[in-house]
Design a protein around this ligand. Structure first.
Ligand code: SF4
Ligand code: SF4
Ligand code: FES
Length: 238
C-alpha cells in the first residue's frame, strides 16, 4: 500500500492509500468537530460537521468520507468553516427539544460538547418545538425522538456490529425519523437482542437506559474497541 503525503493546516502529514482525511487529522491530533463519525462504524457523512477546505476543490468536503490523495492541501480552520459549523450545531438544537437541564446525558452529551467547541452562545434560529414521541415499550431502554440528531450511529451499530438491523430511517427532510422494526414499538421488535449497543453509541439523550435519570447516563463505547481488536486478530475465525 503506497504512502501519500499531504498538508493539513500547513503541517506536513503522511498517510496510507485508502485512508480518509479524518483518519490523518486524528492521527495528527488536529481538532475537528464530528458527530456521526464513530470508529468501528462505516462513515456516512450525515452530520456535515467535519467539512474541510481542500485546495482546488470549490466545495467543502466531509473529512470522514474523503480519501486522501498525494499532494492534497487541506484546511480545517477558517472563518467560513467556523461559521458553518456553528450554524449546523444551532440548527440541531433548534430542530429538537433540547432542554439540557432535564436530560439524562446532561454533562456527558456530544451535542452539548459541540456547542461549547464551536462557541455557540445562543441559537439564532426559531426553535421548532415539534411534538415528538417517546417510546418506552422496551423492557430496558427508552427512545426519545425529541433528542435525536439523525446521526444514524444506532442504525449502523445494530446492523454492522450486532447484526440485528432493528433501526432504520423513515421520511424525508424535516420529517425524517429513526424507526424500530417496521415502524412499530421498539419493545415489539423481535430482532432486538437487548444488547444495548445502540444506546451506548447514541451521542445524545435520544437512547437511554430506563434506570437512568437526569445527568446519570454515561455512555460506554469500549465494546466497539474490543470488537474491532477481536476482528483484526480474527479471534472469531475458526
Ligand atoms: S441530548 Fe444533549 S443537547 Fe440535547 S438536551 Fe440532552 S444534554 Fe442537552
Ligand atoms: S437515536 Fe441516537 S444514535 Fe440513533 S440516530 Fe438518533 S441520535 Fe443518532
Ligand atoms: S463526521 Fe463527517 S459528516 Fe459527520
Amino acid at each position: 500500500m503506497s504512502v501519500l503525503t499531504l498538508t493539513i493546516n500547513d503541517i506536513q502529514c503522511t498517510g496510507r492509500e485508502g485512508q480518509t482525511i479524518l483518519d490523518i487529522i486524528k492521527e495528527n491530533k488536529i481538532s475537528l468537530p464530528v458527530l456521526c463519525d464513530l470508529k468501528g462504524l462505516t462513515p456516512v457523512a450525515a452530520c456535515r460537521l467535519c467539512l474541510v477546505e481542500v485546495k482546488g476543490i470549490p466545495k467543502l468536503v466531509p473529512a470522514c468520507t474523503t480519501k486522501i490523495q498525494e499532494g492534497m492541501v487541506v484546511y480545517t480552520d477558517s472563518e467560513k468553516l467556523r461559521n458553518y459549523r456553528r450554524m449546523i450545531v444551532e440548527l440541531l438544537f433548534a430542530e429538537g427539544n433540547h432542554i439540557c437541564a432535564s436530560c439524562v446525558v446532561n454533562g456527558y452529551c456530544e451535542l452539548q460538547n459541540l456547542g461549547y467547541m464551536v462557541g455557540m452562545e445562543s441559537v439564532r434560529f426559531d426553535y421548532l418545538w415539534q411534538l415528538f414521541q417517546i417510546d418506552a415499550s422496551h423492557p430496558r431502554y427508552v427512545m426519545d425522538q425529541s433528542k435525536c440528531v439523525k446521526c444514524t450511529r444506532c442504525i449502523r451499530v445494530c446492523d454492522e456490529v450486532e447484526g440485528a438491523h432493528v433501526w432504520d430511517l423513515k421520511g424525508r427532510g424535516i420529517n425524517v425519523r429513526v424507526i424500530s422494526g417496521l415502524d412499530e414499538p421498539w419493545g415489539q421488535v423481535k430482532e432486538c437482542t437487548q444488547c444495548g449497543k445502540c444506546v451506548q453509541v447514541c451521542p445524545v439523550g435520544a437512547l437511554f437506559e430506563k434506570t437512568a435519570t437526569t445527568s446519570e447516563m454515561i455512555k460506554d463505547r469500549s465494546f466497539l474497541e474490543r470488537i474491532l481488536e477481536g476482528r483484526e486478530a480474527k479471534i472469531w475465525v475458526r
